[in-house]
Design a protein around this ligand. Structure first.
Ligand SMILES: [Cu+2]
Length: 137
């Protein structure tokens, strides 16, 4: 009788501990929906420069860059790298858009990195003067 009561207590205590554990530490979840988000960014190249020094998008988003090269007779593009410097040195091309001669427009579409962080974009024709930060949130 006495032993039976003690065992019952142990079972109840075990159940409480298990319930408490599962409710206090839920499994980690990443909130990237299926297909990700859709983001459209406009980027103008004019006077050998971009109109933006930084572009910010959600991680894993489907990104469309509506690129407008307004420089007559001058080729520009948009290219995304894992990292780079103000002198234009870049590593790890993630996306390289076709170069177009201005005046012209083009739409670049690619998937943003799934890892948040600060990446690097530039015009490959003018890698020291046309650069910016590509921020993934
Ligand atoms: Cu350029």
């Amino acid at each position: 009788m006495k032993v039976r009561t003690y065992l019952g207590f142990l079972v109840i205590a075990g159940l409480l501990a298990a319930a408490g554990c599962s409710s206090s530490s839920p499994p980690p979840t990443t909130t990237t929906g299926p297909g990700g988000q859709q983001v459209t960014v406009s980027l103008v190249a004019q006077g050998l420069g971009f109109d933006k020094s930084s572009i910010s998008v959600p991680a894993g988003a489907s990104v469309t860059i509506n690129f407008n090269n307004k420089d007559t007779g001058i080729p520009h593009n948009f290219a995304l790298y894992t990292s780079g410097s103000a002198s234009g040195t870049a590593s790890g091309p993630l996306f390289v858009g076709p170069t177009i001669n201005g005046p012209a427009t083009i739409s670049y579409t690619f998937t943003a990195p799934s890892q948040p962080g600060t990446y690097f974009f530039r015009c490959d024709t003018h890698p020291t003067t046309m650069t910016g930060s590509f921020i993934v949130t």
